[in-house]
Design a binder for this molecule. Structure first.
Ligand code: PLP
Length: 279
């Protein structure tokens, strides 16, 4: 399928950017991934709101909302109007001689494409995860294309046969390398508070809303490594991850967590299915 690059639809092989694009040279860009269930966007406004927030935080002058129509066109053009899919959007500051400060009179580079994603069967997955040091910067709320610390962490997990990592900063769990972490402890759901050390996950908010509807107690509080002994369930969430049960957590030396239950995880998965599939 064609990709959208700066106003044109182009075959991927022909879609090229300048070697001086600041996204390429400096990781100076923002991205967003929006899911489409049977061709229909889920939480589109929330994804566009986050994109707009990130663009403003890094002062890239671009209005995110009008790209909703181009996203829909990408789905159509890729023949995914009836399928499960995602749209990737990336906006970099643009092309200019390399400087560390923001250049003047620069126009953003806009790349967007749709691709098929399997959004079925998440409830049957059980992930083994590796606990890794969170080596990222202090603005994880910005969905930056500069993902080297996430990439290094995830490589460590995948190379050892794990499905994802959960990151630890100063003894406290923050989030996954590409997902949000939830803990269930004595019937209460815990997740890291919003702020500079996690991405404000769209699925995170969906799960918090579901908990409130289901009268499940919630605390947006950090969980310490030492508290794992009291944790009954862990699950990870994300746009393409959806809600996945964690079957075990490992450090490089040993297994440090196995679930005692999965009641809350299952309940939330069931409600999430209803929400996304209208069942
Ligand atoms: N945290 C990180 C670091 C991510 O890359 C993602 C992306 O999927 C998430 C959390 C989950 O966010 P969302 O539910 O908006 O996809």
């Amino acid at each position: 399928a064609e990709v959208y690059l700066n106003g044109s639809w182009i075959k991927p092989q022909q879609a090229t950017i300048s070697v001086f694009d600041r996204g390429f040279m400096l990781g100076d860009g923002i991205y967003e991934v929006t899911p489409y269930y049977s061709g229909k966007a889920f939480k589109l406004k929330e994804h566009l709101d986050r994109l707009q927030y990130c663009l403003e935080e890094v002062q890239i002058n671009f209005d995110a909302y009008p790209i909703a129509e181009i996203m829909a066109e990408a789905i159509e053009r890729a023949g995914l109007a009836e399928s499960d899919a995602a749209v990737y959007v990336q906006i970099t500051r643009g092309v200019a001689p390399r400087t560390h400060y923001y250049p003047e009179k620069i126009s953003p580079t806009v790349l967007l494409y749709a691709y098929p994603v399997k959004l079925e069967g998440f409830e049957n997955k059980e992930w083994k995860v590796l606990s890794s040091k969170d080596k990222r910067w202090h603005r994880c709320d910005i969905k930056s294309t500069a993902l080297l610390a996430n990439v290094m962490a995830n490589e460590e997990a995948i190379a050892r046969g794990y499905d994802e990592n959960i990151l630890v900063r100063k003894g406290y769990f923050t989030e996954g390398s590409h997902s949000t972490i939830f803990f269930v402890k004595h019937g209460t759901v815990f997740t890291h508070p919003e702020g500079p050390h996690i991405l404000s996950g769209v699925t995170r908010q969906v799960v918090l809303d579901l908990c409130r509807d289901l009268k499940i107690k919630v605390r947006e509080d950090k969980v310490h490594l030492d508290e794992l002994v009291e944790v009954d369930e862990i699950f990870l969430t994300g746009t393409t991850t959806q809600i996945v049960k964690v079957a075990s957590v490992h450090s490089l030396e040993k297994e440090i967590f196995t679930p005692r239950k999965d009641t809350v995880t299952r309940q939330l998965q069931e409600e999430f299915l209803k929400l996304t599939r209208g069942k």
